[in-house]
Design a protein around this ligand. Structure first.
Ligand SMILES: Nc1ncnc2c1ncn2[C@@H]1O[C@H](COP(=O)(O)OP(=O)(O)O)[C@@H](O)[C@H]1O
Ligand SMILES: [Mg+2]
Length: 428
């Protein structure tokens, strides 16, 4: 059997060919590897360099490797936040011709943190609630798409900063199954597995002294169920309105959009006596604001970041009444949006020296600056301009949080770390 690298992108096999496939993953020499934090796993997992990319390499039997690869590709097509599958390597043999296990290769998810590293500094309960929120949203999105995870847990999730909150990504799809639609029983079963896994993981953290004393592992496990159920209900319930009150439907759609979801189709039925209207939305993917921001500005961000940036863009647009009358082009939202990126967003982010940005991406940084502006304006009881905000942020906030921002331990942006220093402090 010869070494075979199957990949969707024709450029990837060449990049991957240089890796030492004849060695068991555990014996790969250091110079191939990238020492980034990893979560707990059943299989051997390592990060390696492949060209300009960092890839995660997971050693497992051929069939599950191919299966997981296909499942991850399916999730990618559905726009679900999950790690990107790059390739599967099969037919490996060692120097003496003995077979070695296959590997699944995924792109290392930049800016992500396994939960264990997030708990290295004791995590405040408010931050933990944010993690549960993110995980509940991920599970709802998977279930809406007909994907039963089969092993939802903190270890199988990666978290990325998202405007002071978190965005959760699926990292381990090995146990997943796709169906046209999930039955309530299938969803409940999946949710129950999540609850048991999460409580177990938190109990482990508690035993090692890494858990905030006020956190009850069992209650936090149940919290995921509460949040999941509330969101599922909100997204899928049938509403009944008095006839003629069509704006109720608009209101419901707006609310769904606010939650980040889009409505693909809807069923509207009138009751036989014509008094009431029943409305059932078919909610499709999340990422409503993400797509809107991408379309308007070309900026590709997480959902909460997008919502935040859109708000800022909108209020900035409202102040732009200097366009020439009779020149309709300059008034188009896309045109204004590009001006905002060029004149406001980019210069503001660039004003923060790169070596002080830690692991924050531009959208997260901009979000932090908006938070700081809010805090300064509240304190001063009048609006503070962004230039002043940037100067104050660089002088007074960044120095105090620089250490906390190193990629291995940075559990949250400065606003979240420094509860009370800026407007997103705990309880805000
Ligand atoms: N693409 C990736 N990007 C970042 N981290 C990854 C990636 N793939 C795997 N990991 C890390 O490796 C850990 C184990 O991966 P996982 O797929 O859960 O292995 P297992 O199937 O053995 O449980 C994850 O918790 C995560 O920390
Ligand atoms: Mg796993």
């Amino acid at each position: 059997m010869a070494l075979q690298i199957s990949a969707t992108n024709p450029e990837h096999p060449a990049l991957l060919l240089d890796l030492p496939w004849q060695l068991p993953l555990e014996e790969w020499p250091e110079h191939y590897l990238v020492p980034l934090p990893r979560g707990i796993s059943r299989h051997v997992v390592r990060y390696a360099r492949a060209g300009a990319e960092v890839v995660a390499v997971k050693e497992l039997a051929e069939r599950p490797a191919l299966r997981e690869y296909e499942l991850l590709r399916g999730l990618d097509r559905l726009n679900i936040p999950a790690v990107d599958p790059l390739a599967v390597v099969t037919g490996r043999t060692d120097g003496s011709g003995e077979p070695l296990e296959s590997v699944l290769i995924t792109r290392h998810l930049g800016g992500s943190m396994p939960y264990r590293s997030m708990f290295e500094t004791t995590m405040r309960p408010a931050t933990m609630h944010r993690l549960m929120d993110a995980l509940a949203v991920l599970l709802v999105r998977l279930h809406l798409a007909g994907f039963a995870w089969g092993d939802c847990s903190l270890s199988n999730t990666l978290f990325r900063r998202d405007a002071g909150a978190y965005a959760a990504y699926l990292v381990d799809a090995e146990t997943g199954e796709t169906h046209p639609q999930l039955s309530p029983g299938q969803r409940e079963y999946d949710l129950d597995l999540a609850r048991v896994n999460i409580s177990g993981e938190l109990l482990d953290l508690e035993a090692s002294g890494a858990l905030h004393p006020s956190v009850d592992p069992i209650e936090f496990g149940m919290e995921i169920c509460g949040r999941y159920t509330a969101l599922w209900q909100e997204l899928t319930r049938t509403s009944v309105y008095p006839a003629g009150k069509h704006h109720y439907i608009d209101r419901r759609i707006r609310r769904l959009n606010e939650l980040g979801f889009d409505v693909a189709e809807m069923q509207i039925a009138h009751s036989s006596n014509g008094d009431t209207v029943t409305f059932v939305p078919k909610v499709v993917d999340a990422g409503h604001h993400q797509r809107q921001l991408l379309r308007l500005t070309g900026l590709d961000t997480e959902e909460n970041q997008a919502r935040r940036l859109l708000n800022d863009l909108e209020s900035w647009m409202a102040t732009q009444d200097d366009h020439a009358p009779g020149d309709p082009l300059t008034t188009r939202p896309e045109v204004l949006a590009h001006r905002w990126v060029r004149d406001v967003f980019r210069p503001t982010v660039r004003a923060i020296p790169p070596d002080l940005r830690g692991s924050m991406d531009p959208a997260e940084l901009y979000h932090e600056l908006l938070e700081h502006r809010w805090y300064l304006s509240e304190r001063a009881q009048h609006d503070i301009d962004l230039d002043t905000v940037v100067r104050d942020y660089v002088a007074n906030i960044l120095p105090t949080v620089r250490d906390a921002l190193s990629p291995s331990t940075g559990a949250a942006g400065p606003a979240a770390q420094n509860g009370g220093t800026t407007a997103t402090g705990e309880g805000a």
